[in-house]
Design a protein around this ligand. Structure first.
Ligand code: SAM
Ligand code: SF4
Ligand code: SF4
Length: 365
């Protein structure tokens, strides 16, 4: 019999990366999919209840460890039009939750409120991550009228000097006004999204954590802090003993990536990708989903050879081998496992891809 401690540790690792509540929902609402995930089946029996659909990969900020912020080549800026979004949503009758963001500022897409309103009408929950600085106070009213279910505010500081170290080009005054306005109007109207202030901490801003948390509480927002994820080579620039102590445990070979079974990712041009790390044009895995006309065709695509090959990476019997032209999952350092290149010897960090070798000093002086 398997050691029960091992199973608990494995569960803890999965939960750190993937919200427990979403796994529980999948198990309850779609046991066949949960079973396929557990068994690491290459073919899935049905469409997932969760999708990530990126409405826009442009941004007003220049966060130095974000490919969009860094304006790296190989990403064509696109806004997904509402009609394409609607078509994709309608292709998946099982859909219950959409992450309406990935690698850009979602509120730069002028159709974003049509998207949240449409999902509201269809009973589909939505989550948006935003820097809250791509608009003014008037926009806040529109958020309250057509809210996503959850609004995640990426604000890494409690003053301009600390905030702009990562959120380069950001205006903390504007962010503060938008936060205050959002809180006031939600209270006055008695409706709006659940708001969470998410603070990415590093050695240059961690002194603001307590103040930000108290501030969030006063505004009626949830608060959570996470370490800024940084490529190995740049850790000394961003973390010291105090901030790196809190870094999450690294993943071991026995964890299976849930994205390939439980969530489908769509780029702003409508093309499918493996997950949020598939943000380059070359990561398009097929034609835009608007070329499909039925849920059956979408399921066929999700079981096409490239997705089956990716799921095969997690086959227990797979062994390390040199692959001449590896796909992203075969060299993924986020879920290292026995199937692709050895992540310990391969100089590749999935979130940062090849572009991190660009020698630009990331920390603003
Ligand atoms: C790429 S952003 C896009 C959405 C929006 N522009 C924003 O910043 O919230 C998606 C998420 O990645 C987070 N993020 C960006 N750089 C990060 C890093 N180096 N480490 C960890 N999370 C990061 C953001 O804070 C946000 O929660
Ligand atoms: S605000 Fe978000 S999308 Fe924009 S550069 Fe920063 S992390 Fe990237
Ligand atoms: S690239 Fe990594 S995180 Fe993304 S789907 Fe593949 S294995 Fe999962």
């Amino acid at each position: 019999m398997k050691n029960p401690l091992h199973s608990i540790q494995l569960l803890k690792k999965i939960v750190t990366r993937y919200p427990l509540v979403e796994i529980a929902r999948t198990v309850l609402s779609e046991p066949r999919l949960a079973w396929a995930y557990q068994r690491r089946s290459r073919t899935v029996p049905c469409l997932p209840a969760r999708m990530m659909i990126d409405p826009c990969n442009r941004c007003n900020l220049k966060c130095p460890l974000c490919p969009t912020g860094r304006r790296i080549p190989g990403i064509t800026p696109v806004h997904m039009p509402f009609e394409q979004f609607e078509h994709i949503v309608n292709l998946n009758p099982r859909l219950k939750m959409i992450d309406l963001f990935n690698l850009g500022e979602p509120f730069l897409n002028k159709d974003i409120f049509r998207m949240t309103a449409y999902c509201g009408l269809r009973g589909i929950r939505t989550g948006i991550h935003t820097n809250l600085s791509a608009f003014d106070e008037e926009f806040v009213e529109r958020i309250i009228e057509n809210p996503p279910t959850r609004l995640h505010l990426s604000i890494d500081g409690a003053r301009q000097e600390t905030y702009e170290i990562y959120r380069q080009n950001g205006d903390f005054n504007r962010v503060r006004n938008n936060m205050e306005r959002l809180s006031t109007r939600i209270r006055e109207k008695g409706k709006g999204p659940v708001v969470e202030w998410a603070f990415l901490y590093h050695k240059h801003n961690h002194q603001d954590l307590q103040e930000a948390e108290a501030w969030a509480r006063r505004l009626g927002f949830k608060f959570f802090a996470r370490p800024l994820v940084v490529p190995q080579a740049l850790i000394p620039d961003w973390h010291n003993e105090e901030t790196s102590k809190k870094e999450p445990v690294s993943f071991k070979a026995d964890v299976v990536c849930p994205h390939l079974w439980l969530q489908m990712t769509v780029r702003p041009n409508g093309a499918p990708a493996f997950c949020c790390f598939g943000y380059l044009d070359k990561d398009d895995l097929a034609e835009p989903l608007s070329s499909l006309s039925s849920p059956g065709q979408l399921l066929e695509l999700w079981n096409s050879s490239v997705f089956r090959r990716a799921r095969h990476c997690f086959d227990k019997k797979a062994v390390y081998r040199e692959i001449p032209d590896p796909i992203l999952c075969e060299i993924c350092t986020n879920y290292p496992r026995t199937g692709g290149l050895d992540p310990n010897v391969h100089p590749y960090e999935t979130p940062f891809r090849e572009w991190i070798n660009d020698p630009v000093d990331p920390v603003k002086k």
